[in-house]
Design a binder for this molecule. Structure first.
Ligand code: ATP
Length: 353
């Protein structure tokens, strides 16, 4: 396993700067996730690490060695893609063995490694089949086994779960986490799915428009997002983000007033999570920290009900007990504790508190 470092890396396609400049480190054995919306440059960053794309400027280092002149085949990375990329005419066994055959390893050693990798991904009884006879989840496990069998220094995975249905995605996700932890190989994983990033990552790198906007553990990003973009991208449901103004520690926006905030005066975006607010019953007195707005919709989720109202120029959600009842248009009061609030600059989106 290796420490992977990017120093001031950029990628330009013609006039278009797709990535960077980006500085980034994946520590030895770390599971690093690149997370961001479509087109933000995740795959391009990964391809530069693999050597499939040249960097326009900057350096990619493995264990301190510049990989600039090292072709992909010699970087000792194993890649897993969304589109399994299996050879249809080869059996599962032959697919997994393929990289070893390329290395001209002795047959006996090849067979032992293939069987071990197949065992690890739970495919020992499928080795004679061709890919066409496998489910999507099994195909992706063949691709994983083919990556493991090479015993690479680095795993690179680009949206490997995207083609799987919801249930398979969850089980394969757990499998990938377990496997990589077990093997201790440095892994860089690309996804636009925040839930995937939260469950897999040691650290998440959030990207936007070719730039890194925040790096942190899943918990750090959830509890203290550095900007409104990360706040709105990480966590489910997304953090509520309302527009308004702070004066003397009091936030005021359309149908909202929240007192006791520790942030300077100014135009802001105020964030809070649905699970940290409380829906009030009608007969309680004014709390000083609440939204009071007509109900837009209720969304029953089984264990609770999501209450949706329009306030502060946004659709705001709050969690209520599952027995909560109201009709669209009924006035709803939602208490938002000031210590659960995040304050971002209205213009730049940067954190202010
Ligand atoms: P997705 O999740 O949709 O794959 P991404 O975050 O991985 O998105 P990239 O594929 O890295 O994004 O693309 C980043 C930007 O660079 C996009 O705007 C894309 O259109 C552009 N781009 C990527 N490859 C090329 C290329 N070969 N030529 C020109 N532009 C490209």
């Amino acid at each position: 396993m290796a420490r992977v470092e990017l120093q001031q890396v950029t990628k330009r396609f013609g006039d278009f700067q797709a990535v960077g400049p980006v500085d980034l480190v994946a520590e030895e054995g770390e599971f690093l996730v690149l997370l961001g919306p479509s087109g933000c440059g995740k795959s391009t960053t990964m391809r530069m690490i693999a050597g499939l794309d040249d960097v326009t400027s900057g350096r990619v280092l493995f264990d301190g060695t510049d990989m600039g002149r090292t072709p992909p085949a010699d970087r000792d990375v194993a890649m897993v893609f969304q589109s399994y990329a299996l050879y249809p005419n080869l059996t599962v066994f032959e697919n997994i063995r393929f990289p070893l055959k390329m290395r001209k390893m002795a047959r006996g050693a090849q067979e032992a490694l293939v069987r071990e990798a197949a065992e690890r991904v739970g495919l020992s009884d499928q080795l004679a089949k061709r890919p066409s006879a496998l489910s999507g989840g099994q195909k992706q496990r063949v691709a994983l086994a083919r990556a493991i069998v090479r015993q690479p220094r680095v795993f690179l995975m680009d949206e490997p779960l995207s083609n799987l249905d919801h249930k398979l995605r969850l089980s394969t996700r757990a499998h990938i986490r377990h496997l990589t932890r077990d093997l201790g190989v440095t892994t860089i994983y690309v996804t636009h799915d925040q839930a995937e990033a939260m469950t897999l990552a040691d650290r998440i790198v959030v990207m936007r428009k070719g730039q890194i906007v925040q790096v942190g553990t899943p918990r750090e990003l959830y509890e203290r997002p550095g900007c409104a973009f990360v706040a709105g991208f990480v966590g489910s449901p997304a953090m509520n983000l309302m527009r308004g103004r702070i004066r003397g520690g009091v936030f005021r926006g359309e149908d909202v007033q929240i007192e006791g905030l520790a942030a300077d005066d100014g135009e802001v975006i105020l964030g809070f999570r649905a699970e940290e607010a409380q829906v009030l019953s009608e007969h309680m007195g004014f709390t000083g920290c609440e939204i009071s707005a007509p109900l837009y919709e209720l969304e029953p989720l089984g264990d609770c009900v999501m209450v949706l109202v329009e306030a502060g120029g946004a659709m705001v959600t709050a969690r209520a007990p599952r027995e909560f009842e109201a009709r669209p248009g009924d006035r709803i009061r939602i208490v938002v504790p000031p210590n659960a609030c995040h304050v971002f600059d209205a213009e730049t989106g940067a954190r202010r508190d």
